[in-house]
Write a protein that binds this ligand. Structure first.
Ligand SMILES: Nc1ccn([C@@H]2O[C@H](COP(=O)(O)OP(=O)(O)OP(=O)(O)O)[C@@H](O)[C@H]2O)c(=O)n1
Ligand SMILES: C[C@](O)(CO)[C@H](O)COP(=O)(O)O
Length: 232
């Protein structure tokens, strides 16, 4: 049995700004998407045999050529993404092979620097029997719930809160069932779709390096992280 990974990379990156879709923005000379694929490939214990990438429509051929050198002997499929992240994941999931895959990861191209050990923890938890697994890190800000006028409603106990990253890992049948159920309104990750089906989602330790490149200052952090890794 091997794993497959679905990589949503079709977003525009509006919060980051700039002309180029976020997954194609470069850090240290390579696109975020190339960094993400290289990072996944480095997680040898994950046994990734198939990479499916969802990209902005029209970019499929160019992205296939760009990524082919980085997937080794694994299968590479590139599909057109959709309007929302969930649409892109679903388009990619539709072409993931059924036979021989015991774990499907969903990993944001924008979380390009996730270390191998975090990826391997997710896959190991799925292989140990979890139906859905998310990597998490502690919340470092005080979080408040607010009402319609911006007024504070309450302050949840921070010790019960975590920030959720990717890759998220799933038993293939569970992820397919969650996406087949549709009802994406308000959904921000794949685990949430599973929660709506009543599936228990397990957590494993994530990594600060798996931050999502979202705003311009995240690119500065990415450059610094890469420089540190290259000098180590
Ligand atoms: N229609 C979409 C929207 C997002 N994504 C992908 O989902 C991941 C996480 O999304 P986010 O960071 O929100 O990316 P964007 O939607 O591109 O960012 P923004 O909301 O700032 O436009 C990214 O790898 C992004 O490319 C996608 O494949 N298809
Ligand atoms: C999937 C995700 O990265 C988990 O933290 C996140 O929910 C994506 O959210 P975004 O609104 O697409 O940034």
């Amino acid at each position: 049995m091997t794993s497959a990974v679905v990589i949503p990379a079709a977003g525009l990156g509006l919060r980051l700004g700039g002309e180029t879709p976020k997954a194609f923005r470069e850090v240290g000379g390579d696109s975020l998407l190339v960094h993400a694929v290289r990072g996944l490939k480095a997680a040898t214990a994950a046994d990734l045999s198939c990479f499916v990438v969802a990209v902005p429509p029209g970019a499929e051929e160019a992205v296939f050529k760009e990524l082919e050198p980085y997937v080794g002997g694994a299968e590479l499929l590139v599909v057109a993404g959709g309007a929302e992240r969930a649409d892109s994941v679903r388009a990619a999931l539709d072409v993931v092979p059924v036979d021989g895959i015991d774990c499907i990861l969903v990993h944001d191209a924008a979380r390009a620097f996730v270390p191998a050990d975090a990826i391997e923890r997710v896959v190991a938890a799925v292989r140990a029997g979890a139906e859905a697994v998310v990597p998490v890190v502690p919340v470092t800000d005080t979080i408040k719930r607010i009402g319609p006028s911006g007024e504070v409603v309450d302050t949840p106990d921070r010790s019960t809160l975590v920030a959720v990253q990717t890759p998220q890992g799933f038993a293939p049948e569970v992820l397919r069932r969650a996406h087949a159920a549709g009802a994406d309104a308000g959904v921000t990750d794949d685990a949430m779709m599973c929660e709506r089906l009543g599936v228990t989602v397990q957590t494993v330790e994530g990594s600060p390096d798996a931050f999502k490149v979202t705003r311009p200052q995240d690119l500065l952090l990415a450059e610094a992280l890469l420089a540190e890794r290259r000098s180590a």
